[in-house]
Ligand binder design. Sequence first.
Ligand code: IMP
Length: 430
Amino acid sequence: MPNAVVVGAQWGDEGKGKVVDVYTEHADLIVRFQGGNNAGHTIVVAGTRTVLRSIPSGILHPTKVCLIGNGCVVDPAVLLEEMDRLRQAGVTFEGGRFLVSEDAHLVLPYHQAIDLARERGRRRIGTTGRGIGPAYEDKMARVGIRVSDLLDPEVFEEKLDYALEEKNAYLTRILGEPPVEKAPIVEASARHRERLAPYVANVSVVIDEAIRQGRRVLFEGAQGSQLDVDHGTYPFVTSSNTVAGGACTGAGIGPTRIDSVIGISKAYTTRVGEGPLPTELTDETGAWLREKGQEFGAVTGRPRRCGWFDAVVVRDSVRVNGITGIALTKLDVLGGLPRVKVCVGYRYRGERVDLVPSSLKVLAHCEPVYEELPGWPPLDAEQRAYRTLADLPAEARAYVEHLEALIGAPIILVSVGPGRGQDIHIADPF
Ligand code: IMP
């Protein structure tokens, strides 16, 4: 039974929302398995742009079931606000088509206060400031508050008391911030409890039953593999396992249930926040890519750092995720450049390096080794149908083929514009 995981193969913002939206047609259930409202998945349908933060991208398809797995962290206020916004656009959540895992951990106001205070300090990561890291810290420290706790006012308050004692000591004495008050959290929790209760479920069981009935599941990753807490450019990472293996722990399914892993990669590279980006372009080409690719954060609006395609990074992601097919996005953005460069390896103190080094100190001194290819004229997917690779200018086709040879995984989809239909389908992802 074909179930697929979709993951970002770079530093996030690869266009997962769009690709999940495209593949959702073939799936019955769409499951988020990690991250929280730090993600911003942008989908354009009939010219209307929708940004989803916690809710799986499949929600815009009225017949699909969308689930938030136990590996996610949920800010109830943000989730309910997102649901309200989607309801206004005609989306429905009833009838079991949207469920949240009872085991997912809550993001509460003190998490955000800690995240923001740390970001004002010396060791800033450039987080999204949504409290994601501190919420995952509590999960691992076994002091987190889960969705199931929210449903029980007594348990919630008891756990909150304990948390606030610790957090307020940390906030006031270490971070020099004001304490977080209990009353507004308790007050909000009553509203959140009432409104979220109908959607809380054991998501692992729902997925298992669906798979047994022969239904197809698409696991939707957030962020990107280089932001994985184990495999990314630590400590400049998010706090969850963004790689495909995270789908097992974060949704409550075994690895035998996954048939394919689709990696999403831009035709160039971007990153938001601090941390290494070996192919970064700080010149006018970088600014040009940012403008043309509209590279500004979907959640925070921050300008994204832009650079050439880095095959070392994507190869690394192919390995750690077991990627079976790559969806290459934003190829159109490169159109109009006289020449395009691809990083094929690094040079460190005269030696060739073909892996992303674990040490950031080493990575900081890695010089990209580039190959240069001829550019192509701007693509206009609005006016011209690019249905097959053969419809593309020869140079763009050669670029795609070159990337495929470098990364060691087949390119199964090429996206040439933000909207539905502006894609070249090469192979079935399932
Ligand atoms: P956090 O996830 O908010 O803790 O942020 C940690 C790092 O992950 C920062 O560099 C963020 O910019 C990055 N990050 C988190 N979510 C996303 C995303 O959806 N796209 C790109 N980068 C992200």
